[in-house]
Design a binder for this molecule. Structure first.
Ligand SMILES: [Zn+2]
Ligand SMILES: [Zn+2]
Length: 367
């Protein structure tokens, strides 16, 4: 029986969301119907809402869903109705990178996460006056119900609140995974995080967990730097136009062993590469506006330095998210301090607060 749901539908680029009734088909083979209890808002949602990126409209966004399994399609073996789950990005499981345990670089990543349609080309939802695109990150969780796949559905146990669980699906996985998986620093090694938003602070908490020192947070917002200190930063730098590479050299004369950029700002990425120590590594993870270019002197990379990109924290969500939840339970990853909750009906207020920097990680509660 098709499912009647309420979804936040984006009908025009730059417009606010409108809560509307939609109908979801029954889960097909490999699909999982989830009653969404909470969904975080990520910068990718804001980017798609704001800028033309080729995604078809009307569409339901949202890619940090958490909730309970209501029904499963044929062939699903790893979850059953009633299971508590976190939803993450989708991958095909069959391409060379998926087989090589790197689903974040799946050959079908764009088709499965950004196409707005199911793999067969079908539009997944029906609204009051026609089809509504979805399957955003294999979920579209700005809704009371979502259809996900087995590979992006992560079973979680225990009693953590939905607002705490939802951000694991993208933002926390991306920031923390870039440190735990991509850079993998050791205790006592230096690390700088550019940007103290939700992803940057997730990276910072992971680096603090691993014992990085000095551990430097850089941001334009003094209040966020204050929070970074509480979350484990040993130093902060206010990005007020000063030469950041020089300022980092004043903290660590021989340069930083690791750097993470979450800003996507060309001059910040350049400063990060200039601040690296010999054999230092910098990871970039932000999607930048088209046309962004970073000018660096290649000599900067001599000395065994590396500048690399990472998607979704180089994490396989079904393995990494339960592990990261374990760090949270152990008190080593206190990301609940980043969360501000809103009722689902206040989605536009939540987006406005996020854009204005008034909140770090807004999470919508669907009840
Ligand atoms: Zn794949
Ligand atoms: Zn995201």
């Amino acid at each position: 029986m098709p499912t009647n749901a309420i979804a936040a539908v984006l009908r025009q680029r730059g417009a606010p969301y409108a809560l509307e009734p939609v109908v979801l088909a029954d889960p097909r083979p490999g699909q999982i119907l989830v009653r969404i209890r909470a969904c975080g808002i990520c910068h990718t949602d804001v980017g798609v809402q704001t800028y033309e990126q080729g995604l078809p409209l009307p569409q339901v966004l949202g890619h940090e869903g958490a909730g309970e399994v209501l029904a499963i399609g044929a062939g699903v073996t790893t979850v059953v109705p009633g299971d508590r789950v976190v939803l993450s990005y989708a991958s095909c499981g069959a391409c060379a990178n998926c087989v090589d345990d790197a689903p974040q670089y799946c050959a079908q990543f764009m088709a499965l996460n950004y196409a707005g349609v199911l793999p067969g080309g079908e539009v997944p939802m029906q609204g009051a006056d026609g089809p509504v695109h979805g399957a955003f990150f294999g979920q579209s969780s700005f809704a009371s119900h979502a259809l996900a796949y087995e590979r992006n559905t992560v079973k979680v146990d225990g009693d953590l609140g939905w607002d705490v669980l939802a951000p694991f699906g993208c933002g926390m996985q991306t920031g923390a995974g870039t440190v735990y998986n991509t850079l993998a620093p050791s205790a006592g090694q230096s690390l700088a995080v550019f940007g103290a938003g939700s992803v940057g602070l997730a990276a910072l908490m992971a680096a603090a967990d691993l014992g990085c020192a000095p551990l430097v947070a850089i941001d334009r917002n003094p209040a966020r730097l204050e929070l970074a200190l509480q979350l484990g930063a040993t130093h902060t730098l206010l990005a007020d136009g000063r030469d950041l590479a020089l300022a980092l050299r004043e903290i660590r004369a021989d340069g930083m062993a690791f750097a993470v950029d979450t800003t996507g700002v060309a001059e910040v990425i350049r400063a990060g590469t200039e601040a690296l120590a010999a054999r230092g590594q910098m990871a970039v993870l932000a999607v930048t506006p088209p046309g962004t270019e970073v000018a660096i002197n290649p000599n900067i990379l001599l000395g065994g330095k590396a500048l690399r990109g990472a998607v979704e924290g180089d994490a396989d969500p079904r393995r990494f998210i339960p592990w990261l939840i374990g760090r949270h339970r152990a008190g080593r990853f206190a990301h609940q301090r980043l969360v501000t909750t809103y009722p689902f009906s206040a989605i536009n207020e939540a987006v406005a607060d996020m854009r204005a920097g008034r909140v770090i990680k807004p999470v919508l509660l669907m009840d």
